[in-house]
Design a protein around this ligand. Structure first.
Ligand code: BTN
Length: 261
C-alpha cells in the first residue's frame, strides 16, 4: 500500500466529534508533536486541537526516553483544558481509547500494561505521554501524546524488536492510518465527555489492565521493586504486594511482567 496521507481534510471531513480533531495541524516531519502542541496551547489553541506528524525526528517517550516514530507510524498530540480533578483520568481514557480503536479497526486484541502502554501479544504497540501545566490549582493545558506503531516493520528496528510490535506486523497487512486516527479521535472524545463520571473510566481501564494479579518488576526512579501487582487506585497508582507481605504504592514506573502468558 502506498503511504496513506494524513492531510487534515482526510482527518476532519465528517469527523463525528464536537471538538476533538476539528482542528488539525499537520507536519510531514517535525521534532516532536509535544513541542508544537505546547506552544499552541500556550497561545490558546482551541480545545481538541490535534498536532500530527508524518514522522518525528526527536519523539519523546516517558522518563525522557526517545520515542521512535518513523514514517508509517502515527504520532499525535491532543490539546485539552480539563478541570484539575480530571487530570488522573487522562492516562486511563487515552489508553482505553487506543485499545478500543485498535480492536475496532483491526480486530486485534489489545491490552493495557500499567500505567498506559498498549500491548498486542505481550509487545508494545503504542506509547502514551501526558503533559500538563497547572497554575494556581487550575490546569493551564494538558496534552495527550500518542504514538502508535501502525505500518512499519519492526524487523527494520532490531533494537526494539524483542519488546515492540506494529499493527501491520501483527495483522500481516497494512492498516489505514487515517481510519485508525479517526476512530481514535471519536473514541477519545466519547470518553472525555463522560469525564464527570471518572469512576466509569477508572473501572473500564482497570478491567483492561493485563498487569493486575501478576508477578511484576517495577522500575520506579532508581528503585527496582518486585511483587504482585495487587490493585490500582482511582488516582492511577499501583499497589505492589511484596513477598514479605508489605506493600508499596507506585505513582510512576515501568513494569515488566515476570510471568508473561
Ligand atoms: C512512552 O511509552 O514512553 C510514551 C511515548 C509517547 C510517544 C508520543 S508520539 C506523539 C507524541 N509526541 C512525542 O514526542 N511523544 C508522544
Amino acid at each position: 500500500m502506498a503511504e496513506d496521507s494524513l492531510s487534515p481534510p482526510l482527518i476532519t471531513d465528517n469527523l463525528a466529534t464536537r471538538f476533538i480533531g476539528q482542528k488539525v495541524i499537520y507536519y510531514p516531519r517535525l521534532t516532536s508533536t509535544m513541542d508544537v502542541a505546547r506552544q499552541e496551547a500556550r497561545q490558546g489553541a482551541a480545545e481538541g486541537t490535534v498536532v500530527i506528524a508524518g514522522e518525528q525526528t526527536a519523539g519523546k517517550g516517558r522518563a525522557k526516553r526517545v520515542w521512535l516514530s518513523p514514517r508509517d507510524s502515527l504520532a499525535l498530540s491532543i490539546i485539552l483544558y480539563p478541570a484539575i480533578t480530571y487530570l488522573p483520568y487522562l492516562i486511563m481514557l487515552a489508553s482505553l481509547a487506543v485499545v478500543r480503536s485498535i480492536e475496532a479497526v483491526t480486530g486485534l486484541k489489545a491490552q493495557v500494561k500499567w500505567p498506559n502502554d498498549v500491548l498486542i501479544n505481550g509487545k508494545k504497540v503504542c506509547g502514551i505521554l501526558i503533559e500538563s501545566e497547572v497554575r494556581r490549582n487550575t490546569v493551564a493545558y494538558a496534552i495527550i501524546g500518542i504514538g502508535i506503531n501502525v505500518n512499519f516493520q519492526l524487523s527494520d528496528f532490531p533494537k526494539i524488536l524483542p519488546i515492540a510490535t506494529s499493527l501491520a506486523d501483527e495483522l500481516r497487512k497494512e492498516v489505514s492510518r487515517v481510519d485508525m486516527l479517526r476512530h481514535l479521535l471519536v473514541e477519545i472524545e466519547k470518553l472525555y465527555l463522560t469525564l464527570p463520571d471518572g469512576e466509569a473510566i477508572y473501572q473500564a481501564w482497570r478491567d483492561r489492565l493485563v498487569t493486575l494479579g501478576r508477578k511484576v518488576q517495577v522500575k520506579s526512579g532508581k528503585a527496582i521493586l518486585e511483587g504482585i501487582a495487587e490493585s490500582v487506585a482511582r488516582d492511577g497508582s499501583l499497589l505492589l504486594r511484596h513477598a514479605n507481605g508489605s506493600s508499596t504504592k507506585i505513582v510512576a514506573g515501568d513494569v515488566t511482567l515476570c510471568d508473561y502468558r
